[in-house]
Design a protein around this ligand. Structure first.
Ligand code: 0A1
Ligand code: ZN
Length: 877
């Protein structure tokens, strides 16, 4: 709760103009201020007497002085009831400074013991030890361990842990912790206990325990060196049948990391536990990953193909952290991208190898454009290695994660796969067991490859998405590519230096449609650069940033017919997709800016895609989707979201009407997918079936309604059911109500599916959605304490531009009130909804003023968390 914000750590800053009763501004923590820890803690013994109402935690820390100094030991602690402190066995009087417990120690080493009480049932922040559906579990990253016991809660203090758990045997028959189980027994009064040991030193953010009535899907994996690892996925008994896909993904991930990175698992046991209440997706605690149920439980009847793919990706992501994060961890939280950028890049590689590489890449780029580009272009822009923060939980961002992964990918592109692998080998070998920095990673890459990455390092320090202007000049049979880069200013960074931008480029013959010479990787390193190309015998078109080799915005000067030709036939499928998007954006943006809407080129391109015999269905589904409204808004200055929606709808209608035969044919053909199959082909067909249905509905609501009702009634998978429900919900009317009622009744007992029911209704475009959302908030199944449920409603509403950006500003007011209410329970989750209000610079003045007013309203709230305060105040900026 808010009472937990450590008041003592709050520093009063100046009163910001216009805000009475301003909250105290928390101080910023700066990367430059890093200092090594004064004391190390090589060994920790913890003992938990677990009780949801009141748990007793005894800690025994063996501490050693780090270097020559006479400073005391300072231990972080938050919402802990201190029951006693001992130093080398003798009780001492506790002393606090700046919210920390200060222990004076004379010699080079000591044993410090503390005893505290904590209240898991009252923990609605879901940080530290908390209760979720009868299970007791922990979340410590980034700074949750201090809510469990007094400790130097920073990632550069690595300790070996011994953990004793005791609890009521009936309510908590299963007791889990990191590492290996070493002993267990029966205690007094119906209790039992278990002793766990983790042989690997780890930072406290990787600590975890779980107690509950859990069933296990048990399996094993034989490692490359011949050891057997016991695998366990722990869930409520009734959910066991939904753990098979996660188990398969886990075994695939074990094998993939051995094959691709030469990394083997290091303990005899690997456990995953699923809990319903979780702030993020999942957590890589050593040997005991804790997951949001959403990323574990899946079967084709209750999860869409996209959900199923996400389960595999997150299972792999958390597993891969065992090396990129756990064996080699972060020195401080500014280095978060060291483990997150690298691990996302690794899970992307896994997904590319398990599915279709081109389709995976398109999805990755879509995510980046939807979540990271707006962040990089707005008031919350920060480098992948930030320079300062008020609340670190706010920096688990698309920039740190997804742009961070793009930065690793660029290094691999520049070094080539062999030297990249040498670099990761050297990194893991050199830094095993250490807490290190992004700089250490780049240096390992340099040392292993001999390539100088000096200028490349700017990707770590400069924020903002670079713009690359490209012009292909052709004269006398020769071609020259003129490039210019421009990195926009971002908060705190007015002037930028040129970046190193690897661009995969090919020239495509305008007549032959073939690649003229081999593809090249051009390294753009200066503000302006000219790249000569050898003799080209025919007029050429420019295929640039193929495979999205750099996370930049390309602005290419196009010749008449060039984009159309590339969209129809670029041999690189990613580039072909991109050309299609560029074509759609060109005509949509022109109309939004006031020209007559031109639909012929887009309709022709979509038609050709649908009719192609070469393209696979998943690619077709991606290629016929128009750029999202949010992406169009990003490209405009001062957009009217209503107009953006109307123009985009008009284009969808034109496609639906102009191509009704092609769409119907593709829709019917795609209906043949085997519902039991999760092959790329079957998933692709289901995706295409949904995409064609939506366009048919846009073209003719009557036809759309009939088809969607039929698809809903006959749905054998959640993929079909959800796309039909979404199409019906968008069309509105009795059929929609009927299907929504059926859906609710059918899945009433399945929380993850009911999240979809909320999400679909909150994602309906248009100004009427807000009333629906307000009503849903009063629905008995709605609760603010469950982050998945809150995200389903508030998150989806805020990312549906034509619903959120109501002209009267009521959408903003609703979101502000929701944030303020959620903040009282769970600041981390509440803070995640602030960013959409911060996009006001891109929106027309009338609405922008209302967005600012909503931010100011949030900031007037007394007792705001530092999570929400930081983002709301920066968003006004
Ligand atoms: N390290 C996790 C992300 C994570 C961060 C904080 C959390 O606590 C609220 C939970 C998870 C990952 O990258 O998956
Ligand atoms: Zn991660």
């Amino acid at each position: 709760s808010l009472a937990s914000a450590p008041d003592t750590a709050l520093v009063m800053l100046d009163i910001r103009p216009g805000l009475e009763a301003a909250a105290a501004a928390p101080a910023a923590i700066r990367r430059e201020d890093y200092r090594a820890p004064d004391w190390l803690v090589p060994e920790v013994a913890l003992s938990f007497e677990l009780d949801p109402a009141r748990t007793i935690v005894k800690a025994r820390l063996s501490v050693t002085r780090n270097g020559e100094h006479d400073r005391p030991l300072r231990l972080d602690g938050e919402e802990l009831e201190l029951l006693g402190v001992r130093v080398d066995g003798a009780a001492v009087e506790p002393r606090f400074e700046d919210g920390r417990l200060v222990v004076d120690l004379a010699g080079p080493a000591a044993v410090v013991e503390t005893e505290v009480a904590i209240l898991p049932d009252k923990n609605s922040q879901l940080m530290g030890l908390y209760a979720s559906g009868g299970i007791l579990c922990t979340q410590c990253e980034a700074e949750g361990f201090r809510r469990i016991t007094f400790f130097p809660d920073r990632p550069d203090v690595l300790s070996r842990y011994t953990v004793r758990l005791s609890a009521d045997q009936h309510a908590f028959p299963i007791l889990l912790a990191n590492g290996n189980p070493v002993d267990s027994g029966i205690g007094p009064g119906g209790s039992h206990w278990a002793l766990w040991e983790d042989p690997f030193p780890k930072p406290c953010y990787l600590f975890a325990i779980v107690a509950g009535d859990l069933a296990c899907n048990q399996d094993s994996f034989r490692t490359a060196s011949g050891r057997t690892v016991d695998l366990g996925i722990w869930v409520r008994e009734a959910d066991l049948p939904k753990t098979q896909l996660a188990m398969q993904a886990l075994k695939d991930a074990f094998a993939w990391d051995e094959r691709v990175y030469g990394r083997e698992y290091d303990l005899d046991r690997f456990n995953i536990v699923a809990v319903s209440d979780f702030n993020f997706g999942a957590m890589e605690n050593k040997g005991l990953n804790i997951f949001n149920t959403r990323y574990v439980l899946a079967d084709p009847e209750t999860a869409t193909d996209a959900d199923i793919d996400a389960v595999a990706a997150v299972v792999a992501h958390e597993y891969f952290h065992n090396w990129s994060g756990n064996r080699v961890t972060c020195r401080d939280w500014f280095q978060l991208s060291l483990k997150e950028g690298l691990t996302v890049f690794r899970d992307q590689g896994f997904s590319e190898d398990m599915g279709s590489e081109a389709v995976q890449r398109i999805d990755q780029v879509r995510t980046l454009r939807a979540a990271q580009f707006p962040e990089d272009a707005g008031p919350l822009a920060h480098p992948i290695r930030p320079d300062s923060y008020m609340e670190i939980a706010n920096f688990y961002t698309a920039t740190v994660y997804n742009k961070g992964a793009e930065v690793i990918r660029m290094m691999r592109t520049i070094l080539g796969p062999e030297r990249y692998r040498k670099g990761t080998d050297l990194y893991f070998e050199r830094h095993d067991g250490q807490a290190v920095t992004c700089e250490d990673f780049v240096r390992a890459m340099e040392d292993a490859s001999g390539v100088d990455l000096g200028q490349f390092r700017r990707w770590y320090s400069q924020a903002g998405t670079p713009k690359v202007h490209a012009r292909l000049e052709q004269k006398d049979g020769k071609a020259a590519l003129h490039l210019r880069q421009d990195v926009p200013p971002t908060p705190g960074q007015e002037a930028k230096k040129p970046m190193v931008i690897p661009l995969r480029v090919a020239l495509i013959g305008a007549d032959s449609g073939r690649e003229l010479g081999p593809e090249r990787t051009v390294l753009l390193t200066s503000a302006e650069q000219v790249e000569p190309f050898a003799e080209v015998g025919e007029p050429a078109f420019l295929s640039i940033n193929r495979g999205f080799s750099a996370p930049v915005v390309i602005e290419a000067e196009r010749r008449p017919g060039e984009i159309e030709a590339l969209a129809a036939s670029d041999p690189d499928s990613f580039a072909r997709y991109e050309a299609g998007q560029e074509l759609m954006a060109r005509d949509l943006l022109a109309a939004i800016r006031g020209a007559d809407l031109r639909t012929d080129a887009v309709v022709a391109a979509v038609g050709a895609t649908l009719r192609s015999n070469q393209l696979d269905p998943a690619f077709k589904a991606d290629a016929i989707a128009l750029p999202a409204e949010s992406q169009l808004i990003e490209k405009l200055n001062r957009a009217d979201p209503g107009r953006v929606h109307d123009v985009r709808e008009a284009m969808r209608r034109a496609i639906g009407q102009g191509l009704s035969d092609d769409l119907s044919r593709a829709h019917m053909a795609a209906g043949g997918a085997d519902p039991a199959s999760l092959s790329g082909e079957a998933k692709g067909q289901r995706r295409l079936r949904g995409a064609t249905l939506a366009l048919l509905g846009a073209g003719d609501p009557k036809v759309g309604e009939a088809l969607a009702s039929r698809q809903y009634a006959g749905a054998r998978t959640m993929t079909e059911r959800q796309s039909a429900l979404m199409t019906l919900a968008m069309l509105g009317g009795d059929k929609a109500e009927e299907a929504l009622g059926d859906f609710y009744a059918r899945f009433e007992d399945d929380a993850l599916v009911i999240d979809k029911w909320f999400a679909v209704q909150a994602s309906v475009p248009g100004e009427a959605t807000l009333e629906k959302v307000e009503a849903l908030m009063r629905h008995p199944a709605f609760t603010m304490t469950n982050p998945n449920r809150l995200r389903a409603l508030a998150g989806n509403f805020a990312s549906t531009p034509s619903a959120f950006h109501r002209a009267d500003g009521a959408g903003y007011d609703w979101l502000a009130e929701t944030i303020v209410a959620a903040d009282k329970l769970n600041p981390q989750t509440a803070a995640r909804f602030v960013a959409p209000l911060g996009r006001w610079r891109r929106i027309e003045e009338g609405r922008a003023a209302k967005m600012r007013a909503a931010l100011e309203r949030i900031l007037r709230e007394p007792g705001l968390s530092k999570d929400v305060f930081e983002l709301a105040s920066k968003s006004l900026g």
